[in-house]
Design a protein around this ligand. Sequence first.
Ligand SMILES: O=C(O)C(=O)C[C@]1(C(=O)O)C=C[C@@H](O)C=C1
Length: 352
Amino acid sequence: MENSGDGQQQQQQDLAERAYLVQVNGYDSLATPKDLNLPRPLSISDFAPAPMHGSTLRVAYQGVPGAYSEAAACKAYPECEPVPCEQFEAAFQAVELWLADRAVLPVENSLGGSIHRNYDLLLRHRLHIVGEVQLPVHHCLLAMPGVSKADLRRVISHPQALAQCEHTLTRLGLSVAREAVDDTAGAAQFIAENNLRDTAAIASNRAAEIYGMNILANGIQDDAGNVTRFVMLAREPIIPRVDRPFKTSIVFAKEEATGSLFKVLSAFAFRDINLTKIESRPQRKKPLRIVDDNNSGKSQYFEYLFYIDFEASMADKRAQNALAELQEFTSFLRVLGSYPMDVTPLVGSPPL
Ligand SMILES: O=C(O)C(=O)C[C@]1(C(=O)O)C=C[C@@H](O)C=C1
């Protein structure tokens, strides 16, 4: 390809054009933009959805190596380069600023329910959901080598992990202080770096390997089938398809009229579209509504945003019609993404 006649002709033409540009700019020798230290002009490939960094997809996640979010990134994109970030906000920004191609975000857990803060983040940013991953989460109790359960005065971890192991910790006789930190693997790293001999971390067995810690107890989540669902985010939406199971996530504010939520839900029910999730969050900008009440003066209501996941692709006519109908009963509606469902069986997945 490189030495084809067409290629050579193109190269000569490029050189001639560059020589011309150099002349009109007042330079007397043939120079390339690199020689002149000029900024490289943007080309169409700079706007390609991904990947930006050679052929490796860079996936931003919150935490340090060994975090479950890193495992979720690798499950979704086995060849990716995971990019650790201090906060979720930083993971979003890494994608927005083209430092990463995707971000991975935990949104719900089979024991703890929805991760509300992350729903709020989805709305605050303009990224699109392009995939989902369900990850079996198998927690371990990690401590420095030589430390036993009797030495422990404190257990630290991500708040979700602490909540997922609450009863098991008590059953293990660990009625010690529990402290929340940014991520599970970060807890292990902190203990290892400071050689803390009275503190244990709840984290993955991969974190134990990375930070040279012992596993005092394995599988300490309160439910053996503990699963966290993550969504993958990108700058551009993917093109929805109908040849495989798709899910669509939306967020809306309903009209104030009586029965509008019922009407929204029936737009899906009448078209046989299954809803897999509905979540409400108070609207930050106008949390309260004050209305006249004929009987007792004024009443106050919270105002909500509703998040819905439904089992249909935006390429499916039924979904398009349902959303067209929804616009009648909503004051705000945004499609967060239409993406392939994670249908991989969870049973038998290796512990993380
Ligand atoms: O701290 C981590 O390792 C994470 O990836 C975060 C997180 C979460 O936010 O839910 C992910 C999976 C588990 O549910 C526990 C913690």
